[in-house]
Design a protein around this ligand. Structure first.
Ligand SMILES: NC(=O)c1ccc[n+]([C@@H]2O[C@H](COP(=O)([O-])OP(=O)(O)OC[C@H]3O[C@@H](n4cnc5c(N)ncnc54)[C@H](OP(=O)(O)O)[C@@H]3O)[C@@H](O)[C@H]2O)c1
Length: 350
């Protein structure tokens, strides 16, 4: 194993990225990389050798590999972005860790908390950086909302609502309707509100209630009520209806609303109990992934194995919530040997 190291010369040079998986999100990620000054897209890798060269040309990559194995052997790479299916994230990431590659892995990092933990342990042992690509964690509007939530300005926080979903076309996104690819609303959409609540309110401490509309092995919609300490949070995620893409934090003195689109907010509103409303503007830079890319560069320059703003433990917390919701709703994918169990992994109330 040859853990990637960062020398002072490499710190000054552009970071050389590789992308594994030539799908929709990888193409969008490549567009964002192109807008970050000190990032360079060196290589792309796909399990489909027949089309990878075309993909490389489209996204402006210098090298194209027709297998993941070939790409991870390229020692010119500083960091790999894993953008393939949910079920492939951990196996692909482990392949990279074995070669000492630093990693940014799409969400959900694993199908279950156990998968994510296995990867984090391997990465720590290998001395490689790894982060789940929960890009919303680094958006200016959400960072500002977090400061407000924690400042006491809203009064004691008592409850919150998060809702995220859309009507997804099964022909355009077949993976979302395929249980063998761990499809469904919770893992694809619900993970955003769950990680956002973690960021704004701290870790979940108890899943109070969960229910899903399950059809053909995937959840079309999942709702859950989860305690984050003393705050009662109501979640809704859907992939066949256009539920509101918004969030509201309700405090005893004021409420904070993040308007649509929840995952790309550029503003939030604070409405106090006397009816006064203030809007706080926080524009995005580009599509939004640019902020997480810069966070990854910061980590590499500092030699961190995890980013302090989205730590391994944070990813594990959100996966424990999803495991527990699935245990309660009976949503188990056909490749899973047993039901996920999140109860014992949730943090005890502080
Ligand atoms: N951060 C975000 O905002 C965001 C948004 C959307 C999705 N995601 C995440 O990104 C991951 C991938 O989602 P996606 O929407 O990009 O899925 P996708 O377009 O279906 O691509 C998934 C993988 O399937 C393979 N693939 C793509 N087109 C194919 C084709 N025509 N025939 C056969 N295989 C094909 C590719 O791997 P190979 O090239 O190796 O075959 C690709 O990496 C998911 O885990 C999802 O949660 C994140």
């Amino acid at each position: 194993m040859t853990p990637a190291t960062t020398t002072p010369e490499r710190e000054a040079a552009p970071k050389r990225w590789a992308i594994l998986g030539a799908g929709g999100i990888s193409e969008r990620f490549a567009g964002c990389l192109a807008r970050v000054d000190d990032a360079q897209l060196l290589a792309v890798g796909s399990r489909r050798p027949e089309s990878v060269a075309q993909f490389a040309t489209r996204v402006g990559a210098i090298k194209a590999y027709g297998s993941y194995d070939e790409l991870v052997d390229d020692d010119d790479i500083d960091i790999v972005y894993v953008g393939n299916d949910h079920v492939d994230h951990v196996p692909t990431a482990l392949l990279c860790v074995e070669r000492g590659r630093h990693l940014l892995v799409e969400k959900p990092l694993g199908v279950r908390r156990d998968d994510a933990e296995r990867l984090f342990t391997a990465a720590r042992d290998a001395g490689t950086f790894v982060m789940e690509a929960m890009w919303t964690r680094f958006l200016p509007a959400l960072q500002a909302a977090r400061r407000v939530a924690r400042s006491g300005q809203l009064g004691r926080l008592v409850s919150a609502e998060f809702s995220f979903g859309a009507v997804v076309d099964p022909h355009k996104s077949p993976r979302i309707f395929d249980p063998w690819r761990a499809g469904g609303a919770l893992l694809d959409r619900g993970i955003y509100p769950i990680s956002m609540a973690h960021m704004l309110l701290g870790p979940a401490t108890q899943v109070v209630h969960a229910s899903s509309r399950i059809r053909d092995g995937i959840d079309l919609e999942t709702t859950a009520t989860v305690r984050h300490g003393e705050v009662l949070v109501h979640y809704r995620a859907a992939c066949d209806t256009s539920v509101p893409n918004t969030a509201t934090l309700i405090g005893e003195r004021a409420r904070l609303t993040i308007p649509a689109v929840l995952i790309r907010p550029e503003r939030f509103m604070i409405r106090t109990s006397d009816g006064t409303e203030q809007t706080h503007e926080h524009p995005l830079d580009g599509h939004g992934f640019e902020h997480e890319i810069r966070a990854v560069h910061e980590a590499l320059d500092n030699g961190w194995l995890e980013h302090p703003d989205w730590k391994h433990a944070d990813t594990l917390d959100t996966h424990a919530v999803m495991d527990e919701i699935r245990r309660r709703t009976g949503l188990r994918f056909p490749f899973e040997p047993n039901e996920p169990r999140g109860t014992e992994q949730l943090r005890a109330p502080e």
